[in-house]
Structure formats: structure tokens, C-alpha cells
Write a protein that binds this ligand. Structure first.
Ligand code: AGP
Length: 608
């Protein structure tokens, strides 16, 4: 996600803005910029790449004098990382500059309306619609213009506004995106998170959704859309910088697990309009989709396991063969790929070497390619015929969590989209599944709320040297990812196994107290998995079962049971995986592992 900062006071704004942006670098970004008012003019400096480039361009701010300004680090969602797409964005009349963190879901219709009214767009971003709306609604009262503007926005925003007509003032507005005000002496601040504030003040005002604030060097006035003043308390920030970067969590991994409901919603919401799935980024016509005879999903690690989970959903809904291929294998397998193959490439980073190589190999054989990636403008995104972004925001921890679940979000959307295009789903069933998909962010949150129980279970299992994760069908796919999470952050040898395969050799490894995590969500194979639980228990295993709330039959069979909300089995992987992410996290924490940076691992494997 992006980062925003603002300052108004008696000091030079630019150096303070630059320092604030440096404190937001940990969030991940691809471009940055500042805007400062001086002598009735807004001066803007924007760069792609690091903050250091911005410092160089502005001579550490010295070339951009003024005591009121705003700044931004951009994590691209709409529009590649370029100077033009970087924030701040300026109105055509030069009167307003804005910075924004969030996603404007209805930006396309606003863009068309504003263009038709003669407003000129510089960038490809969703954000720019905001500054032109401000210009359109401004009749001398900036508060009214802001209120009218935000009334037109659908989506999320933490918004910072400069206006040349009010040189010492900043305006901010918040909806579903964090925005904190820093209270100084003779100076005031705003930022996306406290890390950008604590060097200057530890007195903070946390804005809530629907709130707007007018900020001067000596006062902060918070009000709502009816212009009613809202009294806000000042909170003392006690976090140090490092814990502030993690939002108060001990590790980025835990923070990113907790972000999954928001990330999942941010990924699906802009693509569902009036019960229609809109994959704007692709031109997958009915004719083309009917021409493909198979879908190949290729990726590495967790991204590959996301593909394995989605395979069941796509095949069930579209009745098209889906073959999941490890990229490191596919690239050397002389693959049977042609122009009737749709290749779906999954990658959080968009830079994984094996995945890039496999993608190039398949493209050379005629496959059309869709990339599902989290980094706008990444190599895989650029290589693909179409890029469908997971708007999860930057993922810092090496072990992916929100990257995995948002890849599934896009894959589920694609499955429903393709099924409807192929006429292989009844309208009633389509609407039922769409409703189920939209209910997942809340269900993911409910699953996260079982957090304390997982911690207790981790205490029971953390000192084992090996574990098994078993399941059948779609549960087996989740077992693959659950085992990887455990391996890569706790260094416990965790083996995922198709439950039906145990009797063909692996059950020989089951011995007294061996932990076996048994995924039992998929009702179509429930009885079979239950019998596998009996088999391993008979050989001394300690069974931790994971199933949906209300499935009481399993309680008598397992030593411990984790219940997650009932959902469509087609989408259950995003719920089943959350307790396994938390289990791996707490086991690793109890083992004193370096959770965010596990040994021997990199966040993006850019070499073969
Ligand atoms: C997952 O937790 C690991 N970090 C790793 O398996 C990762 O999924 C794999 O390297 C693929 O990375 P990508 O999604 O960035 O391509």
C-alpha cells in the first residue's frame, strides 16, 4: 500500500516530508513525490525508484522551500511505476495537489465523466480523479469541495490535500485506509502510520472512517460530512519505530496474516459490479475461452500451492482440464503447450526466475498468458498478455500469507467469470457463489479470531521434529501450503500427503505422538478422511483436525479440532489456510525462529 505524509508549521516542509517518507520505505514502494506551497504556487517533485532519488532531485528539499506540504510513497495498483503516475497529483488549474492511499473502485466512470467535462488527465492512476473532482466542485469553499468530492468516491482513501488559496493549511479525509494526525507545538502533521510521526511528536489523533480534518500549524479541526465538529482524543504513541513498522505486531508475518480480510476485499471488490465480474485487465472473450482445451497453472512454492487449490474450483465450475506445473519442472519438460492452452502464472513478487523462464517457454509455444501478481510493473506482469493484480499491498515477510490468499481471490473470480462466459453455470448458482465469495473477508476475519486457540495448540506441538499434513481433494491442496508454512518458518520437517496415499508407504513413519494435521473440510471425501484419521491414530498419532463449524462427528476422532466458518467448499482454502498460517507462526515463535527472515530463504528467488 502507499504511504502519505503532510506537514504545516514554521519549519521548511520539504526536509520533514522527505524524512517522513524514509520512515515509510519499509512498507514497500516503487515511486515517491512531494508537493510544497511557496509564494502562491504548488511545486511538485516526483521520481520513480527510491526516496534517495527524490532527495537528489530536490537537493534534500532545499530547492523546494515552503512551510506547508504533502508527500507520498507509491505502491502501484493502477498504472505502472512512472514519474507521471507518482503522487502528488495536481489539478488542471494548479490550485490543488493531493496524495492518496487506497483504491478508488469507481474511478473509470469518474474518469469518463471528468474527461467529458474537459478535465485533462496526466496519469493512469485511479487517484487522479480525486484532484479533478476537487477542482470541479471548488467554488471558494474547500471544505465543501472536499465533502462533495468524497461523496462521489467508492472504495478506500486516506487523502491529503493542499490548496494554494489556503497556504498554511492541510486537509485530510479518511475512509477504510489508516490516517493519523501528529500534534506538535506550532506545527502539525499527518501520515499513513505512526512511523513517520514519532521523530517529531508522539501525540497522535487517529482519524476514523468518514472523518475530515483541517490542519493548521496551531490547530486541528476534525469534522464529518455534515460539517459537524468531532471531538477527538489525543493518543500518546508508545511504540518504538521498529514495532510501529509492524503495526504493533511482533512480526510482519503476523501483521500480514491479520491484513488478509482487507487484502482479500481490496482484491475482489473493484472487480464485482452489480453482480457481474469485471476482469478489465483481460479481453478473455467467450469465443477465446471456448477455444482453449486446457489451462496450465505454473508457479513456485506457495504460489504453486495456490494454483493446486484453485484447480479444483476451476475444473468444477468450468469443466476444463487444469494442470498445475511447478515452474522449475515445466521449463525443462518440453511441455505440450499450444495456442489452445491458457497459461496462468502466479507470483507474489512477479520476479521469480523459474516462473519467468517457464512462462517464456510456454509463450514461445503459443500459449496465451495471464499473470496473477502482487507487484505492478513486475517482470512477470509485463511479460504476460494480461496481468490481474492482487491488491494485497506490499508483503514484507518471506513467508507469504496475504499473497497466497489474494491469489486465490483472483483465481476464484476467474473461475466464476469463465464458467459464466462458457455458459456452464446456472444464474442462480452463479449469484449464490458470488455472494459466498463476497462473504469471505468477514469469514477470514472470523477465522483469525480463533487466534488464541491456535496459540494454545502450538504449545502442544512446537517441540516436535516432524509433522504430517494430510487431506483429500481440495483439502490436500491446502495441506501442501500448510506444510510449507510450517517448514519454512519453524524448520520442522512437515510432510503434506494425500490422505489416501498414506497406506502406500508413508504410514510406516507414523509413530507414538507423531502430530498429524488432518484437513477435513471437503464433505465429498469426509468419510474417507475420517477413516484415515482412525488409521493414523491407531498407530499412535496425535491428530489435529481442521473442519467447518458444526461438523461435530470429527470431535470424537481427533485429539484437537480447529473449526473454521462454513463456506462453499469451492472457496474454503482461504479459510482453512489461516489457522495453519497461525499454527506455523506460533510454533516458530515458540522455537525462537527468525520468522520474517527464515534462514536460507529470500522473499523473491530471482535466480535459478
Ligand atoms: C512462500 O511462503 C515462499 N516464500 C516461497 O515458496 C514463494 O511462494 C515462492 O518463492 C514463489 O514466490 P513468488 O510468489 O514471488 O513467485
Amino acid at each position: 500500500m502507499c504511504g502519505i505524509v503532510g506537514y504545516t508549521g514554521v519549519q521548511g516542509a520539504s526536509p520533514i516530508l522527505l524524512e517522513g517518507l524514509k520512515k515509510l520505505e519499509y512498507r514497500g514502494y516503487d515511486s515517491a513525490g512531494i508537493a510544497v506551497i511557496n509564494d502562491g504556487v504548488i511545486n511538485i517533485a516526483k521520481v520513480t525508484g527510491r526516496i534517495a532519488n527524490l532527495c537528489e532531485k530536490t537537493n534534500d528539499g532545499a530547492d523546494y522551500p515552503g512551510v506547508t506540504g504533502i508527500g507520498h510513497t507509491r505502491w502501484a495498483t493502477h498504472g505502472a511505476p512512472t514519474d507521471t503516475n507518482a503522487h502528488p497529483h495536481l489539478s488542471n488549474d494548479g490550485r490543488f495537489a493531493i496524495v492518496h492511499n487506497g483504491i478508488i473502485e469507481n474511478y473509470l466512470s469518474l474518469h469518463d465523466e471528468l474527461t467529458s467535462k474537459g478535465y485533462h488527465f496526466e496519469s493512469e492512476t485511479d487517484t487522479e480523479v480525486i484532484v479533478h473532482l476537487l477542482e470541479m466542485y471548488y467554488k471558494g469553499d474547500i471544505k465543501k469541495a472536499i465533502i462533495k468530492t468524497i461523496a462521489r468516491l467508492q472504495g478506500s482513501y486516506a487523502l491529503g490535500v493542499l490548496c494554494v488559496d489556503e497556504p498554511g493549511k492541510l486537509y485530510v479525509a479518511r475512509e477504510a485506509s489508516p490516517l493519523i494526525l501528529g500534534v506538535g507545538v506550532g506545527e502539525n502533521f499527518f501520515a499513513s502510520d505512526v512511523t513517520a510521526l514519532v521523530s517529531y511528536t508522539r501525540n497522535a489523533i487517529y482519524l476514523d472512517d468518514g472523518e475530515i480534518a483541517e490542519i493548521t500549524p496551531d490547530a486541528i479541526n476534525v469534522f464529518d460530512c455534515a460539517m459537524q465538529t468531532i471531538s477527538k482524543k489525543i493518543t500518546r504513541i508508545v511504540w518504538d519505530i521498529q514495532s510501529a513498522e509492524k503495526g504493533g505486531y511482533d512480526h510482519f508475518m503476523l501483521k500480514e496474516i491479520m491484513e488478509q480480510p482487507r487484502a482479500f476485499k481490496a482484491t475482489i471488490a473493484p472487480r464485482i459490479k452489480d453482480n457481474e465480474i469485471v476482469l478489465d485487465e483481460t479481453d478473455l472473450s467467450e469465443r477465446y475461452l471456448k477455444s482453449i482445451n486446457k489451462i496450465v497453472i505454473t508457479a513456485c512454492g506457495s504460489a504453486y500451492y495456490a494454483g493446486c487449490a484453485a484447480k479444483y474450483t476451476i475444473e468444477k465450475l468450468c469443466r476444463v482440464p487444469v494442470i498445475c506445473e511447478l515452474a522449475s519442472e515445466l521449463r525443462y519438460s518440453d511441455p505440450l503447450i499450444d495456442n489452445h492452452t491458457l497459461l496462468i502464472v502466479l507470483s507474489q513478487s512477479g520476479e521469480t526466475a523459474d516462473t519467468i523462464a517457464a512462462m517464456k517457454e510456454c509463450k514461445s509455444r503459443g500459449a496465451k498468458t495471464i499473470a496473477i501478481v502482487n507487484v505492478v510493473g513486475s517482470t512477470i506482469a509485463k511479460l504476460a498478455d494480461h496481468a490481474l493484480y492482487t491488491w494485497a499491498g506490499p508483503e514484507i515477510a518471506v513467508a507469504t500469507t496475504k499473497g497466497y490468499t489474494t491469489q486465490l481471490a483472483v483465481l476464484y473470480l476467474f473461475a466464476l467469470y469463465m464458467s459464466k462466459k462458457l455458459g456452464r453455470i446456472e444464474e442462480e448458482r452463479y449469484l449464490q457463489l458470488l455472494s459466498s465469495l463476497k462473504s469471505l473477508p468477514k469469514k477470514i476475519q472470523d477465522t483469525i479470531d480463533t487466534n488464541s486457540k491456535i496459540h494454545k495448540i502450538a504449545i502442544k506441538y512446537y517441540d516436535n521434529r516432524s509433522m504430517f499434513f494430510i487431506g483429500r481433494n481440495s483439502d490436500y491442496a491446502v495441506a501442501l501450503e500448510g506444510a510449507l508454512k510450517m517448514k519454512e518458518i519453524s524448520y520442522i520437517h512437515a510432510e503434506s500427503y494425500a490422505a489416501g496415499e498414506l497406506k502406500h508407504g508413508t504410514i510406516a513413519l507414523i509413530e507414538e505422538h507423531r502430530p498429524v494435521v488432518a484437513l477435513c473440510y471437503n464433505e465429498s471425501v469426509m468419510e474417507k478422511t475420517l477413516s484415515n484419521i482412525v488409521e493414523v491414530k491407531a498407530r499412535g498419532a496425535e491428530v489435529l483436525a481442521l473442519t467447518y463449524k458444526g461438523n461435530s462427528q470429527i470431535v470424537s476422532q481427533a485429539n484437537d479440532v480447529i473449526f473454521v466458518p462454513k463456506s462453499e467448499t469451492l472457496f474454503s482454502a482461504v479459510l482453512e489456510i489461516v489457522p495453519l498460517q497461525l499454527l506455523a507462526y506460533y510454533v516458530a515463535k515458540l522455537n525462537g525462529c527468525d520468522i520474517d527472515k527464515p534462514k536460507n530463504l529470500a522473499k523473491s528467488v530471482t535466480v535459478e
